[in-house]
Design a protein around this ligand. Structure first.
Ligand SMILES: Cc1cc2nc3c(=O)[nH]c(=O)nc-3n(C[C@H](O)[C@H](O)[C@H](O)COP(=O)(O)O)c2cc1C
Length: 267
C-alpha cells in the first residue's frame, strides 16, 4: 500500500479524546469500511510554530520552512503524500483552533505558490460543541485552505452537540465517499472552475442570519417530534418575517427558537 493511497485524518483539537477526534475517527471508519488504509494524526502532538513571514521568501522556492519546525515538517509531509485529507477543527470563538490556523498559514507560505496539492480530495469538519455558534464560520478557514491550495474539496460537515449523532453518521458516509477518490487527484482546469466549485459547496455561503437559522433548526432536529414544535413554529414565523422584510424581527424569532430547542435538548 503506497502512502499516496492513505486517507489521512487530522484532529485539530488540543483535546485528543474530544468530539473533534470522534468525528474524524468516524470519517476514517467510513473510509476503512470502503477499503482504504487510514491514518489519524493528533495536531496536539505536532503543534506548528507561527510563520515568521521571513524574507527573502526562500521557503516558497525550496518548499521547506527556513526555521526548524519538526511539527510542520511532519504534518506537511503527511498531507503532501496522502491520497485524501480529512481535517477536523473544534470551533473556538466562531473560528478554527489556533493550531489549525498556524498550520494553514505556514502551508500557504511554503506551498501556495508551487501548489503541490492540486486536486487532492479533502473535506473539513467543524464541531461547535458549546453554544453551537460558529458551526459554519469555523469551517471557512479550513475551506479557504483547501481552495487556496487547489484541493478538490467535498461538502463540509458542520457539527454541534445538538446534531452530534447525525454528524457522526454523516462523517462516516463522507469518509466512504472520499475513500473512493483517494487514488487519483483531479486538478481544476483554472482559477475560474476552482472558485465556482467552492461557491457551489453547501453551508459556506450562508449569511450570519442563515447560519443562526441553521443552528436553531439543528436544535429542533435533535428532539423527538412531540418536543420540537416550538422550534418548528418559531422558524416558520421567522421565515414569514424575513419574507416581509423584517430581518431584525426574524432574527429575534430565530433566537427564541434556538433557546427553546436548547432548553428542550438539555431538559
Ligand atoms: C476557547 C474556546 C472557545 C470556544 N468557542 C466556541 C464557540 O464559539 N462556539 C461553540 O459552539 N463552542 C465553543 N467552544 C466549545 C468547543 O467548541 C467544544 O468544547 C468542542 O467540543 C471542542 O472540541 P473538542 O471536544 O474536540 O475539544 C469553545 C471552547 C473553547 C475552549
Amino acid at each position: 500500500m503506497s502512502e499516496k493511497d492513505i486517507v489521512l485524518g487530522v484532529v485539530g483539537s488540543p483535546n485528543p479524546d474530544g468530539r473533534t477526534n470522534r468525528l474524524v475517527k468516524a470519517a476514517l471508519e467510513g473510509a476503512a469500511m470502503a477499503g482504504a488504509a487510514t491514518e489519524l494524526i493528533q495536531m496536539s502532538e505536532h503543534v506548528v510554530e507561527g510563520c515568521k513571514d521571513c524574507l527573502p521568501w526562500v521557503c516558497a522556492e525550496n518548499q521547506k520552512c527556513t526555521y526548524e519546525d519538526e511539527a510542520f515538517e511532519l504534518l506537511s509531509t503527511k498531507v503532501l503524500n496522502c491520497g485524501a485529507l480529512i481535517l477536523g477543527t473544534p470551533v473556538y470563538w466562531w473560528d478554527t483552533s489556533a493550531m489549525v490556523k498556524y498550520f494553514i498559514l505556514k502551508m500557504f507560505r511554503v506551498f501556495a505558490r508551487s501548489a503541490p496539492l492540486q486536486g487532492l480530495p479533502a473535506f473539513g469538519i467543524s464541531i461547535a460543541g458549546g453554544t453551537g455558534n460558529g458551526l459554519v464560520s469555523g469551517l471557512r478557514p479550513v475551506y479557504h485552505f483547501f481552495q487556496v491550495m487547489q484541493m478538490r474539496a467535498l461538502e463540509p460537515l458542520p457539527a454541534t452537540r445538538f446534531n452530534f449523532g447525525g454528524a457522526e453518521k454523516r462523517a462516516k458516509e463522507l469518509g466512504g465517499r472520499i475513500a473512493a477518490m483517494r487514488h487519483e487527484r483531479h486538478p481544476f482546469t483554472g482559477l475560474e472552475e476552482r472558485l465556482l466549485w467552492y461557491d457551489q459547496l453547501p453551508y459556506l455561503g450562508l449569511s450570519r442570519a442563515e447560519e443562526r437559522r441553521l443552528l436553531a433548526a439543528l436544535t429542533g432536529l435533535a428532539l423527538p417530534e412531540d418536543r420540537s414544535g416550538k422550534v418548528t413554529s418559531g422558524l416558520a414565523r421567522a421565515d414569514l418575517l424575513t419574507a416581509a422584510g423584517d430581518r431584525t424581527g426574524s432574527m429575534i424569532e430565530i433566537t427564541r427558537s434556538y433557546e427553546a430547542g436548547k432548553k428542550a435538548f438539555e431538559g
